[in-house]
Design a protein around this ligand. Structure first.
Ligand SMILES: CC(C)(COP(=O)(O)OP(=O)(O)OC[C@H]1O[C@@H](n2cnc3c(N)ncnc32)[C@H](O)[C@@H]1OP(=O)(O)O)[C@@H](O)C(=O)NCCC(=O)NCCS
Length: 177
């Protein structure tokens, strides 16, 4: 049983960022089955099925909201189109990650969600800074982060990608509220 529930919601121009519910699992599984999404992340496996989506949602529902917050991006007409997560590894600053379903790429949704989440993170979640990292072969995510005000730290970490089954060089960035 989970003691603390994530209730945070973020409204942006076209999106609502809200906590995932178990009923979102089929939609999540359908969108996340795309290898071109999974390979740009560290933790999303491929193939990805309903049990992965349900497991992710259950874990998200039970996480400590002071440390971790997981949102789905809900479009006013199209329903769930992506996700954004903030997680705090022990002894480290919170890190943000996100994805958008392929059919909605290139329409500014990742930027809109990230910028809304940054305002919320400083104003409501009371965080002073966040970090993020993108694989060097993912310039689109670098553009999203730069546009939102993240700066490159100069550090390139070798990070494992479950979907790739290997490490990939990852450019680290920081954002200060
Ligand atoms: C990366 C991702 C989140 C972008 O989502 P999106 O909603 O299409 O992003 P936006 O439309 O807000 O912005 C995309 C930006 O990338 C730029 N871009 C797109 N393809 C690019 C490329 N090949 N090289 C450089 N920039 C690129 C766009 O011009 C845009 O930048 P701009 O706003 O400065 O013009 C989406 O492609 C995705 O989910 N990819 C798979 C998962 C992933 O990469 N997650 C991030 C892990 S760090």
């Amino acid at each position: 049983m989970c003691l603390i529930e994530q209730t945070s919601r973020i409204e942006t121009r076209r999106l609502t960022l809200r906590a995932p519910a178990l009923g979102d699992a089929p939609r999540l599984a359908a969108l996340m089955a795309d290898y071109d999404i999974a390979r740009m992340t560290s933790r999303v496996p491929h193939p990805y099925d309903l049990s992965h989506a349900a497991g992710f949602i259950e874990k998200a529902q039970c996480s400590d909201p002071r440390l971790d917050q997981n949102f789905l991006l809900e479009h006013e007409d199209d329903g769930v189109i992506g996700g954004l997560g903030l997680s705090t590894p022990p002894g480290q600053p919170p890190e943000v990650g996100y994805w958008v379903g392929r059919d909605w790429w290139g329409r500014g949704f990742a930027s809109e969600a990230l910028q809304g989440a940054l305002v919320w993170a400083s104003r409501d979640w009371k965080k002073r800074y966040l970090v993020a990292g993108h694989f060097t072969d993912n310039p689109a995510s670098g553009a999203v982060l730069c546009r939102a005000g993240f700066l490159y730290t100069g550090e390139v970490q070798a990070r494992h990608s479950i979907a790739r089954g290997e490490e990939a060089p990852t450019r680290m960035m920081v954002w200060v509220a």
